[in-house]
Write a protein that binds this ligand. Structure first.
Ligand code: NAI
Ligand code: MG
Length: 348
């Protein structure tokens, strides 16, 4: 039986993973094991990513992750903050490719920040590089010769890192509409110039995919002007992080967007909503569980090969929404549990 590791994390993480687990239990038989991570783990063990948590993730068939970012720990040194656990687990498991689909579920036009006819056109897969860029470069704070405080984070990619995420982008586009837009800032950044050069080199392997390039500032603008022009976007860690939060509001709510973090062919996969621990609503039963539930569907699709079950879950979310189920972020009043009940009802 497949072993699914559940790492709920802190904030709304445990609230939404609980509901995703209920949905998984309804579509198949799995072994579940839970382990703490982030603020919850720091509270228990003094470290946000305990060895036992990492070991569980490594021996599992797939990981379902909630969210982390308990503000109580934000003044700790960076390596002990909850967020360090997420960066650590991504690096340790080699999860370099983060797939973030953003599309509008019919009925959520009102929740989108865009006009309905524009909102309806969004159906984009953002392929975000996940183990490089400024997030992992040398960083620190110091003092300049003039006695001023300074801070720095090195943005860096090598060609192998760019080539492997570019291939994921091309492969993803091949299975969709065949359009790949590589987003960078090559007019200013050397990292981006290398990125663009390598993406162009790799494009020779994919004559059937149409490649375009866009600067990230323009991409942010185009995403709200005409999101329907995008099929697949491939971009670096920082730009992908920002653009996907933006894309979520085109699609109605950040509480709707799932993600898959993959290590490449045959590797382990980790699945999580794109949102964080939402301390402003944590513990109130207000969080939208759909991003976590749709992440569970991606887990079945990408790690366990259970395509039918994944399709059924996605259809159930679509039906629950079409039937009017809405949490507060979508303009409704349902609690986290009641929203999941609506999805479970649509599944049955
Ligand atoms: P956030 O994504 O947690 O929240 C942003 C806004 O969206 C908040 O108003 C929140 O209430 C709302 N929101 C998020 N998820 C929601 C859901 N499922 N249903 C309804 N509303 C939802 O981002 P924020 O506030 O910038 O960060 C909070 C903490 O989370 C920080 O410590 C941050 O570092 C961490 N974080 C962790 C991530 C992860 O675990 N993958 C990703 C992003 C941030
Ligand atoms: Mg983010």
């Amino acid at each position: 039986m497949a072993l699914i590791a559940i790492l709920p994390g802190d904030g709304i993480g445990p609230e939404v993973t609980r509901e995703a687990r209920r949905v998984l239990e309804q579509v198949g038989d799995f072994d579940f094991e839970e382990a703490s991570v982030g603020g919850a783990a720091y509270r228990e063990t003094g470290h946000p990513l305990p060895d036992a948590t990492l070991a569980l993730a490594k021996r599992s068939d797939a990981v379902l992750f909630g969210a982390i970012g308990d503000p109580e720990f934000e003044s700790l040194e960076r390596s002990l903050r909850p967020e360090a656990a997420l960066l650590g687990i991504r690096k340790e498991l080699g999860l370099f490719a983060n797939l973030r689909p953003a599309k509008l579920f019919a009925g959520l036009e009102e929740a989108s920040s865009l006009r309905p006819e524009i909102a309806r056109s969004i159906d984009v897969m953002i392929v975000r590089e996940l183990t490089g860029d400024v997030y992992f470069g040398e960083k620190g704070q110091g003092t300049t010769d003039a006695g001023l405080r300074e801070g720095h984070d090195l943005m860096r990619y090598d060609e192998a890192e760019v080539a492997r995420i570019a291939r994921v982008g091309f492969e993803t586009a091949k299975r969709r509409k065949g359009l790949l837009c590589s987003v960078d800032k090559a007019n200013v950044l050397e990292t981006s110039q290398l990125w663009r050069d390598v993406v162009i080199e790799i494009s020779a392997e994919y004559p059937d995919v149409s490649l375009s390039h866009m600067y990230v500032d323009n991409a942010a603008m185009q995403l709200v002007r005409d999101p329907g022009q995008f099929d697949v976007i491939v971009t670096g860690n920082l730009f992908g992080d920002i653009l996907s939060d933006q894309a979520s509001m085109c699609a109605g709510s950040i509480g709707m967007l799932p993600s898959a973090s993959l290590a490449g062919e045959g590797g382990l996969g980790m699945y999580e909503p794109i949102h964080g621990s939402a301390p402003d609503i944590a513990g109130q039963g207000k969080a939208n569980p759909c991003a976590a539930i749709l992440s569970a569907a991606m887990l079945l699709r990408y790690s366990l090969g259970m395509t039918d079950a994944a399709d059924r879950i996605e259809a159930a979310v679509a039906k629950a929404i079409a039937d009017g189920a809405r949490t507060a972020d979508l303009g409704g009043t349902l609690s986290t549990g009641a929203m999941a009940d609506a999805v479970l009802g649509a599944l049955a």
